[in-house]
Ligand binder design. Structure first.
Ligand SMILES: Cc1ncc(COP(=O)(O)O)c(C=O)c1O
Length: 349
């Protein structure tokens, strides 16, 4: 397969490898909406076991996985507490409110995505009087590539439980946290009522997320999936790719993490960039430049068979900077990184 672009926009852009395509080709399939696709069943059983949960459900996307988790945990008019920058609040089109009438309470986090324990405690509403009752705490790990400390997750979910809230983890990139920390998937599983895990990010499958939880929860989630049009037929073809991803691509994530460190070190040599090392834990590199060169730098990089997102404005010490986000994945190697840094270093103001 010939490659024209080195694409640093996201780990969702990687293409299925030949071995993954072969696994898809050979997949045994059936009609999953009738419950008889053996490969989907195998994937669901495997993911449930990995996370230490009784049940699992295969879904087309991470957004649908999170949405269905929220709609299953919350009724209309009930409150979801989450973080302001978390995907379920910031990047999923307001689906939980639009489709489920769920009231979302986004708490401020620090720049590494942590919610303050006291902030959570004082935000939980009992629903007495005029308040929408808090029903669900939804956290995220990794958050923008940053690993959330397991102790902090334990304390936050403990507080939620003490107040009878359910707990959900958006674990789109939980595998990156596992690869980085050596905490097991099951350790995370033991803290949350439900977890969504994407197979189509760093793990490299073309499509798919799995939601894990208890049997009643997953039965209700399955019904929600049908209502949202997410029931699939011979989806074993996709589940085969997901199985391949979870069986082969978790431990190699540390290569992506090493590549992120390599890119950060190379960028540090260029005085136009302020590398934000405090935000780089796994596969995402953040580096800031002055606003007056943001457009020109983006254009310059993009004209060299490289794809990068436009940098986003951020405020640091009362000053606006523009932040580039470079994402490492299966289709990025050292050569791609060198191509990127060579392009950056050839930029003239
Ligand atoms: C943290 C997080 N959660 C959920 C999602 C949604 O996944 P999808 O794009 O498959 O809907 C993403 C997508 O990038 C994500 O980064």
């Amino acid at each position: 397969m010939q490659k024209y672009f080195s694409d640093f926009r996201s780990d969702t852009v990687s293409k299925p490898s030949l071995a993954m395509r072969e696994a898809m080709r050979m997949a045994d399939v059936g009609d999953d909406d009738y419950g008889d696709d053996p490969t989907v069943k195998e994937l669901e059983e495997k993911m449930a076991a990995l996370l230490g949960k009784p049940s699992a459900l295969f879904l087309p996307s991470g957004t649908q996985s999170n949405l269905i988790a929220i709609l299953t945990h919350c009724q209309r008019g009930e409150e979801l507490i989450t973080g302001k920058g978390y995907h379920v609040y910031a990047w999923e089109g307001g689906g939980a409110s639009a489709l489920g009438g769920v009231v979302v309470n986004p708490l401020m986090t620090d720049e590494r995505g942590s919610i303050n324990l006291d902030e959570l405690k004082i935000s939980i509403k009992t629903g007495s009087g005029h308040e929408p009752p808090s029903k669900l705490l939804s956290l995220e790990n990794t958050y923008c590539g940053m690993v959330q400390p397991i102790e902090a997750l334990k304390m936050l979910t403990q507080i939620a439980r003490e107040h009878n809230l359910s707990t959900h983890l958006d674990g789109a990139r939980l595998a990156n946290a596992v690869a980085k920390t050596n905490n097991s998937f099951a350790e995370y599983g033991s803290m949350f009522d439900s977890i969504s895990i994407c197979l189509s990010k760093g793990l490299g499958a073309p499509v798919g997320s799995v939601l894990v939880g208890g049997p009643n929860f997953i039965d209700r989630a399955r019904r929600q999936r049908k209502q949202l049009g997410g029931g699939m037929r011979q989806s074993g073809i996709l589940a085969a790719a997901a199985l391949y991803a979870i069986e082969n691509n978790v431990s190699r994530l540390s290569e992506d993490h090493q590549n992120a460190i390599y890119l950060a070190q190379e960028l540090e040599k260029n005085s136009l960039f302020q590398v934000r090392n405090n935000l780089i834990d796994t596969n995402i590199v953040y580096a800031d430049i002055q606003p007056d060169i943001a457009d020109a730098m983006h254009l310059h990089i993009s004209s060299n068979q490289l794809k990068v997102n436009f940098p986003e404005p951020v405020i640091i010490n009362d000053k606006i900077w523009f932040r580039f986000r470079f994402v490492m994945h299966l289709d990025i190697n050292k050569e791609d990184i060198e191509k990127l840094t060579a392009s950056i270093n050839s930029f003239e103001c």
